[in-house]
Design a protein around this ligand. Structure first.
Ligand code: EPZ
Length: 435
């Protein structure tokens, strides 16, 4: 168990500007995708998060040369070999499955360790496998390791229907198909902006991917892919998290580097609650809060309300008047934050597949545990709202996906610190001085 924790003294009014970093759910696919190139790939706007460092480590083990500084990540894949990747290296990183598509597409074989279950409930990869087999690969494996190999003919294009809309499967099949012989069609494809971002990188490397952002993607296989430079899209989930914080405890907060079209359904829900915002081309200002109205939320694949934002918005909902309910149609078991919010005084409970909430006039800080990335984000929002001190444990989950969140919130006036209880080093010694 890691000994880092986040300590928040709540009820501070936040004001100022906060800038969103590059999208985690893009970079975790763009990095494996880069090994498909025969020359170096330069990625810009890369967030400094634990998932990036985990993937750098894996790429280096595979033989890639890496340089990462000031948000610019250069990956030289020319030394990469398709070596079996040990599960141990991958334990926390579900997105390691993108190496299946990238290695299959590049070398025609892959051995990829898979992380165990995760706190959102079962997260199968049957649709990824259906796509690889449709392209002519043989796939063997168990819950720990997947072994994939193409037949002598190599990968051959195919038409594959996604039984469920899946971000990961859509991207993974795209990675395998860009060098397959012929035209591959992915039907019922996911439409998330991160998929468009990956396709943009691939096309700038010389691939022929059409139709991303719609539910039918066509890929004409090519023989080789060259290097390129690519700027990552902003992280819409990080942006949504900061908009919730701004609405909950802000006294005038501007979120920079946010694309309105990536958050339309989320912003519409905030407006339905009565949150006052000024929306510009790449920034949104949240004006000091008025009384908020409780609303009902249901998550859907993009462009619907994102499942990743149901946990971060929940503390804000608890501040609103009335009763409401939230249904996550993507992950029914995405409830790791509920027990912790209840311990902070939230009037919230689970009824079947619904999360039922009523206005909880005051949350009170206490010791809480992050069970996954967005549950952890939810606890930060709640801690900033709560009376007294909130201590969040298992913060590695949060640092996986939120670039410099402590620094960014501190700059808005939050009293928040990352404390390494293993040593005396603390990000803010004043916590000790306060005693
Ligand atoms: C991506 O996960 C994101 N992760 C998740 O964000 C996000 O919650 C999810 O998409 C949904 O938007 C990354 O992009 C790295 P899916 P992914 O395949 O691709 C089922 C975060 O907090 N399914 O779209 O794994 C699956 O169980 C993370 O940043 C199958 O049944 O999600 C789920 O119910 C958490 N078989 C639904 O489809 C499959 O083969 C959608 O999953 C694949 C998925």
């Amino acid at each position: 168990m890691n000994m880092n924790k986040i300590i928040i003294h709540g009820e501070r009014p936040l004001t100022g500007k906060i800038t969103v970093s590059g999208a985690k759910n893009s970079i975790v696919a763009l990095m494996p995708a880069s090994i498909l190139a025969d020359e170096p790939v330069v990625l810009e706007g890369v967030p400094d998060i634990l998932d990036v460092h985990a993937l750098i480590n894996i790429l280096q083990i595979m033989g890639a040369k890496i340089h990462f500084a000031k948000g610019v990540l250069t990956i030289d894949p020319r030394g990469v070999k398709s070596i079996p990747m040990p599960s141990g290296k991958i334990n926390s990183l579900r997105a390691s499955y993108y190496f299946m598509g990238a290695l299959l597409g590049k070398f025609g074989k892959a051995v990829v360790g898979l992380p165990g279950g995760c706190n959102l409930g079962p997260r199968p990869i049957d649709l990824h496998i259906k796509g690889f087999e449709a392209l002519g690969a043989d796939v063997f494996g168990d819950e720990d390791v997947m072994r994939l190999r193409t037949k002598a003919t190599g990968l051959v294009a195919s038409r594959v229907f996604m039984d469920m809309v899946s971000v990961g499967a859509t991207i993974n099949i795209m990675l395998a198909a860009v060098k397959a012989k012929g035209t591959t069609v992915i039907e019922n494809a996911a439409r998330e902006p991160e998929i468009i971002d990956v396709a943009t990188l691939l096309n700038n490397m010389g691939a022929k991917v059409y139709g991303v952002g719609t539910n039918e993607i066509r890929i004409d296989g090519v023989n080789e892919l060259h290097g390129t430079r690519h700027f990552i899209i902003p992280d819409r989930i990080e942006a949504g998290t900061y908009l919730a914080i701004a609405a909950a405890v802000g006294k005038g907060v501007t979120v920079n580097n946010v694309l309105y079209e990536h958050l339309e359904s989320y912003i519409s829900k905030l407006e339905e609650m009565g949150v006052q915002m000024t929306i510009r081309e790449d920034s949104i200002t949240v004006h000091p809060g008025r009384d908020l109205k409780m609303v009902n939320v249901k998550t859907y694949p993009y462009p619907g309300f994102a499942t990743d934002l149901q946990q971060p918005i929940t503390p804000l909902l608890l501040k609103a008047y009335g009763r409401g309910e939230l249904i996550d149609t993507i992950y029914e078991r995405r409830i790791g934050h509920i027990s912790e919010l209840k311990r902070m005084g939230a009037n919230i409970k689970i009824a079947g597949n619904r999360i039922v909430m009523a206005s909880s006039n005051e949350l009170v800080g206490t010791e809480v545990v992050a069970s996954d990335l967005r549950a952890g984000a939810s606890l930060i929002v709640a801690g900033l709202m709560a009376k007294g001190v909130t201590t969040i444990h298992n913060v590695e989950f949060i640092l996986r996906g939120y670039d410099r969140i402590i620094e960014k919130l501190t700059n808005l006036g939050a009293d928040i610190a990352l404390v390494d209880t293993n040593s005396i080093s603390m990000e803010k010694v004043k916590i000790e001085e306060r005693g």
